[in-house]
Ligand binder design. Structure first.
Ligand SMILES: Nc1ncnc2c1ncn2[C@@H]1O[C@H](COP(=O)(O)OP(=O)(O)OP(=O)(O)O)[C@@H](O)[C@H]1O
Ligand SMILES: [Mg+2]
Length: 307
């Protein structure tokens, strides 16, 4: 992997929001909100664009270099999860991209060559603090996705124990929360138990490591996929500011929404808009919101890599 300053030196000036198949040279198979997926035959190429989504809507403006930051943060964490769970990353990433796939250099830092796996229909969420939809639900009835929590907790407060709150994996629109029975029915008991154990285990590892970087990892979402023998692998992106809440540890306090190195900055801006109903098309972002988001994502990368 490159150092933080080498990565910063390669950040583009303009956001790359569309990844052209002709640039990649392999068939395009799918586009997620952020990643474009290309077929390498027995493998996949995942290219993280600079697109940003909020409230599940992809916004018209991208954040320059965001895809690079996401891929490099995921690469950092895949190093840390080795030994905990098999993952989708194939060996010799740089060499394969340059020598075998002949990908243009501008795509290397935002791409991953991965095993083609079958994603579970469930997204695996771990929550260690009360935030977002978890906080809304707790305020209403004292529970989060079927977990009864002690009374009197405040917004952003740490939970007594991290909890597993999986959701459906919707191909369009919003993922829906699953209670334990619903999750077991969706993926089966053995997979439910294994993903729960892995999700909480990787979250705890990530939380401890992020703390050294002055970051509180409030919550996160993992995806797992199976190979043709049914072996579960960690796939997609891992512990990034797109898939997680990264809070500033130094100023964190109970009550209110802590300063963060993630998408909250964009959500906060969007919530000031009176005339957007959170349906597509999304609104344009002011230059300072784009720049502020880029600097927050880079700060997350810097802290993780330099601590
Ligand atoms: N190794 C893999 N094999 C097959 N699919 C994968 C693998 N790794 C990631 N994926 C899939 O690639 C997609 C990544 O795209 P992106 O993150 O942009 O999607 P998204 O908009 O978040 O959509 P989703 O809600 O389905 O994740 C995800 O649907 C993920 O399940
Ligand atoms: Mg995704």
């Amino acid at each position: 992997m490159l150092s933080y300053s080498e990565i910063v030196a390669r950040m583009p000036r303009e956001a790359l929001t569309k990844i052209d198949s002709s640039l990649v040279g392999y068939p395009h198979v799918a586009s997620g909100k952020v990643r474009d997926i290309f077929d390498l035959g027995d493998r996949l190429l995942l290219v993280a664009s600079d697109r940003i989504s909020a409230f599940d809507v992809v916004l018209p403006d991208g954040v320059p270099g965001k895809g690079i930051v996401l891929t490099q943060i995921s690469r950092f964490w895949f190093e840390q999860t080795k030994g905990m769970v098999p993952d989708h990353l194939l060996p010799d990433q740089e060499k394969v991209m340059a020598d075998e796939l002949k990908l243009p250099a501008e795509l290397h830092l935002r791409s991953m060559v991965v095993r083609k796996l079958k994603p579970l229909a469930m997204e695996c969420v771990a929550r260690g603090y009360l935030a977002g939809s978890g906080w809304s639900s707790y305020k209403k009835n004292g529970t989060v996705c079927g977990h009864k929590l002690p009374p009197g907790l405040g917004e952003a407060q740490e939970l007594p124990e991290p909890i597993f709150t999986p959701t459906t994996k919707a191909s369009v629109g919003h993922d829906m929360p699953l209670d334990e029975a619903g999750a077991r029915a969706l993926v089966g008991d053995a997979t439910y138990e294994l993903t729960r154990k892995l999700t909480l285990g990787i979250y705890r590892m990530g939380q401890a490591r992020a703390r050294k970087a002055g970051i509180l990892l409030a919550d996160t979402k993992f995806e797992f996929g199976t190979d043709d023998k049914g072996v579960l692998h960690l796939i997609d992106e891992v512990l990034t500011p797109d898939s997680s809440r990264f809070w500033e540890a130094a100023t964190w306090k109970i009550g209110g929404s802590p300063a963060s190195y993630d998408k909250q900055f964009v959500r906060d801006y969007l919530l000031t808009l009176k005339d957007w109903n959170q349906q597509p098309p999304g609104p344009r972002l002011p230059a300072e919101v784009i720049a502020g988001t880029q600097s927050r994502y880079l700060e997350a990368l810097r802290r993780l890599m330099q601590s």
